[in-house]
Design a protein around this ligand. Sequence first.
Ligand SMILES: NC(=O)c1ccc[n+]([C@@H]2O[C@H](COP(=O)([O-])OP(=O)(O)OC[C@H]3O[C@@H](n4cnc5c(N)ncnc54)[C@H](O)[C@@H]3O)[C@@H](O)[C@H]2O)c1
Ligand SMILES: O=C(O)[C@H](O)COP(=O)(O)O
Length: 417
Amino acid sequence: MSPPQFPPSPTRAISSDGPFRALLLENIHPSAGEMLAAEGFQVERVSSALKPDELAERLKGVHLLGIRSKTTVPLAALEHAENLLAIGAFCIGTNQVDLTSANTHGIPVFNAPFSNTRSVAEMVIAEVIVLTRQLFERSQEVHAGQWRKVATGSHEVRGKTLGIIGYGHIGSQLGVIAEALGMRVLYFDVMTKLPLGNAQPAVTLEELLGASDFVTLHVPALPTTHMMMGAEQIAQMKKGACLINASRGTVVDIDALARALQSQHLGGAAVDVYPEEPESNSDGFVTALQGLPNVVLTPHIGGSTEEAQASIGKEVATSLLKYFKAGASTGAVNFPNIEAPLIPGTHRILNVHRNIPGVLRDINRIVSDLNANIHAQVLSTDANIGYLLMDLDQDVSTPVCEAIAGLETDIKTRILS
Ligand SMILES: NC(=O)c1ccc[n+]([C@@H]2O[C@H](COP(=O)([O-])OP(=O)(O)OC[C@H]3O[C@@H](n4cnc5c(N)ncnc54)[C@H](O)[C@@H]3O)[C@@H](O)[C@H]2O)c1
Ligand SMILES: O=C(O)[C@H](O)COP(=O)(O)O
């Protein structure tokens, strides 16, 4: 593992004076921009994702960045984003952000862990029925003027087994809805999970694959889930079963899936996510699955409903604003989580520093050398950084922050009041 990359020691603290700027990419719901604008942010909206070099350029002077699943945020984009305070991933997945580099640059990343989960579960249920009734094919035929009224190969979902890989927020909701349709639910998860309804855990992935009429993936993008459905696992599925992937494109070997569909080992598939996806709606798209029978292909729309997007917009904007206004990092996926109520009459300073011995001693000495009193202090650390929230009785925020910013160990210091 490569050592953490810290920024060069900063020479100035970020003041509480505006103007503050927010850059929102990928058509983030207007609710987010409205909330940020109401708090005085200059909000710039971009409808597509940005490539890393363009992102690095556009981040100059930006305090809050909003992205969805398509914008990659590497170390190179963070290195020159001196004013960047926080990133909001207006989705569930945060694998597109270099979370370790964001952490060592003092930038918390917030996401919306629940808001689009129902939308994904509902889409997957629709796909189960569409696949088993071959509705996509029949509809295309009728659109083309062909009347092919057949029952062969068309089935009810009642009594069939749905195998859920990843029984988290989406997988577990899906199981409950599937049972309401009379399906039997099996799930496989690396964590021990409370089974909802009559769902049964499978002891191994192989057991689930061999027993399911439909297999649906709801795992995050991790090294351990990379290509977890390869040729070998697909071969373990029942003949005629259907595979559904609305998780991440890196989880399924698309070529192996295409071969299993061509050979009719699988009866169908529904795919919403791909190893490489276009950055904007105007880009073309090619996949080996195009043109195959009984395959539903969608453009990563599992979470794309008006309800989910409006809710995500408000949820992530709320987290960003709580961090901006009070330093609350609760919910950040890559940062020590702390928050404390603002105390009237005190002056709040936020500091992110390298987690090495003696930093708190140095900071407290700076405060005491200015004859100031620490009214409240909350510190939380992880392997790389410490995040400190400090309320002072005296209005000495500027000299304290300037002195802290001069410490070798400092990463980011901000005056809140
Ligand atoms: N298509 C879309 O638009 C869309 C929308 C939302 C989420 N997603 C994707 O779906 C994923 C799942 O979302 P969620 O809210 O249910 O996440 P979650 O974190 O609540 O659940 C994920 C589950 O997967 C399990 N898991 C991890 N590694 C595993 C493995 N190797 N084998 C089996 N289980 C494993 C975890 O223990 C967890 O229970 C997200 O990470 C995101 O990538 C896609
Ligand atoms: O991670 C997620 O929540 C989903 O993949 C949805 O991503 P999106 O907001 O880019 O559609």
